[in-house]
Design a protein around this ligand. Structure first.
Ligand code: CUA
Length: 330
C-alpha cells in the first residue's frame, strides 16, 4: 500500500515538472513585473482562501454534526481512509509545486533587468535618499527618470535601509558596504512614492521620496537645465551656494527664514544670538555652532526644541556655504 502511494506521488511530481518548467519559462519572458506580481498575489490569495474554507467549513459542520449527544457515548472508531489520504496528499502537493514554480518565475522577472535600460543610483542615509542620474546629477529624495526601464543601484551610508516603490511592485535593501539593485519599468509619466521599508532609526518614517517619470524630451530638458545650473553654481558666492543647499537639503521644512518658529528655530539672525541649551548652559551661536548643528544635531540641543533633526554629512565648503548664507539673512 505504502509503495503504491509513493509511486503515485512520484508520478504526480514528474508529471508537473515539464508543466512547471514551461510555465516558469513563459512567465520569465513577460517583462512586466507589475502584472506578474499582481497575478502572483491574486493566485496566492485565491489558493489561501480556498484552503482556509476547505478546512474551516467542514470543521464547523462536523463540530455540530458529530457533537456528543449522550454523556456516556463513545465515538465511533475509524481506521483511516486510503482514498482520502491519497487525495489530501496529492492535491496540496500539486498546489505547492505550482505556487513554488510561479514564485520562482516572478522572482526571475523581478531580478532580470531587461537589456534596454538606463542605470541610476540611490544611496540611503539617516534619513533620506541621494539619487544620481546617469549624467551624475544628484538630487535629494527625488529620482527623475525618462519613461522606460530603469535599473537602480543601491547602497547605504550608514545602516540598512530599504528602497521600496509600491507602484512598481519592487523593493530592495540598501546595505552599507554592499551594492544591491532593483529595476522597474516606468511606463507613464507621473510621480510615484518611494518609502524606506526597513526600520532604521527615529527618522525612519520621514524617509519619503518619489520617482518622477518624465517624457524623454522633458527629461533631457531637465538634465540640460541642471547642468547649466551647476556651471553657474561653480562660479557663485558661498552665500548663494548655501541658499541652494538649504533649499535642496529640505532644511526649510523645519526652519523658517523670516523669524517664524516651526519644528526648529528660524534661521534668520541666528548667528550672534545667545541661546540656552537643554543642560542650562548659555551659548552665543557662531559659524562653528551652525556647522556642528548640521553634522551632529544631538550634541548641543537647544532648549525648547526636540531632537528631531537628522544629521547631515556634508563637505567642509558646504557647511561654510550654509553658515555664510545664514549670516546674510537677518
Ligand atoms: Cu531608512 Cu527606514
Amino acid at each position: 500500500m505504502l509503495k503504491q502511494v509513493f509511486r503515485l506521488l512520484m508520478a504526480a511530481v514528474f508529471v508537473s515538472i515539464p508543466y512547471a518548467a514551461a510555465a516558469a519559462e513563459k512567465a520569465a519572458r513577460v517583462v512586466d513585473p507589475v502584472k506578474a506580481w499582481d497575478l502572483h498575489f491574486k493566485t496566492w490569495a485565491v489558493v489561501s482562501i480556498f484552503v482556509y474554507l476547505s478546512v474551516t467549513v467542514p470543521l464547523i459542520y462536523f463540530v455540530f454534526k458529530y457533537r456528543s449527544k449522550r454523556k456516556d457515548a463513545d465515538g465511533e472508531y475509524i481506521d483511516g481512509n486510503v482514498g482520502l489520504e491519497i487525495l489530501w496528499t496529492i492535491v496540496p502537493m500539486i498546489i505547492i509545486i505550482l505556487l513554488g514554480v510561479q514564485s520562482w518565475a516572478v522572482f526571475n522577472d523581478l531580478r532580470e533587468v531587461p537589456k534596454d535600460h538606463i542605470e541610476v543610483k540611490a544611496v540611503g542615509f539617516m534619513f533620506g535618499f541621494e539619487m544620481y542620474t546617469p549624467e551624475g546629477i544628484m538630487t535629494l529624495n527625488e529620482m527623475r527618470v525618462p519613461v522606460g526601464n530603469v535599473k537602480v543601484n543601491l547602497t547605504s551610508k550608514d545602516v540598512i535601509h530599504d528602497f521600496a516603490i509600491p507602484s512598481f511592485r519592487t523593493r530592495e535593501d540598501m546595505v552599507p558596504g554592499e551594492n544591491t539593485y532593483l529595476w522597474f519599468s516606468a511606463k507613464e509619466p507621473g510621480e510615484y512614492p518611494v518609502y524606506c521599508a526597513e526600520f532604521c532609526g527615529s527618522g525612519h518614517s520621514s524617509m519619503l521620496a518619489k520617482v518622477i517619470v518624465m517624457k524623454k524630451e522633458d527629461y533631457e530638458a531637465w538634465v540640460k537645465s541642471k547642468q547649466a545650473e551647476s556651471t553657474n553654481m561653480a562660479a557663485a558666492t558661498p552665500a548663494v551656494k548655501g541658499k541652494e543647499l538649504v533649499e535642496k537639503l529640505g532644511c526649510l521644512g523645519c526652519h523658517g527664514i523670516a523669524g517664524e518658529t516651526k519644528a526648529g528655530p528660524a534661521l534668520n539672525g541666528v548667528i550672534g544670538k545667545s541661546e540656552e541649551l537643554e543642560d542650562g548652559t548659555k551659548v552665543v551661536i557662531d559659524e562653528a555652532f551652525v556647522k556642528e548643528k548640521i553634522s551632529d544635531p544631538k550634541a548641543k540641543p537647544v532648549k525648547g526644541f526636540g531632537h528631531m533633526m537628522p544629521p547631515n554629512m556634508l563637505a567642509k565648503e558646504e557647511y561654510e556655504a550654509i553658515a555664510a548664507y545664514i549670516k546674510t539673512i537677518k
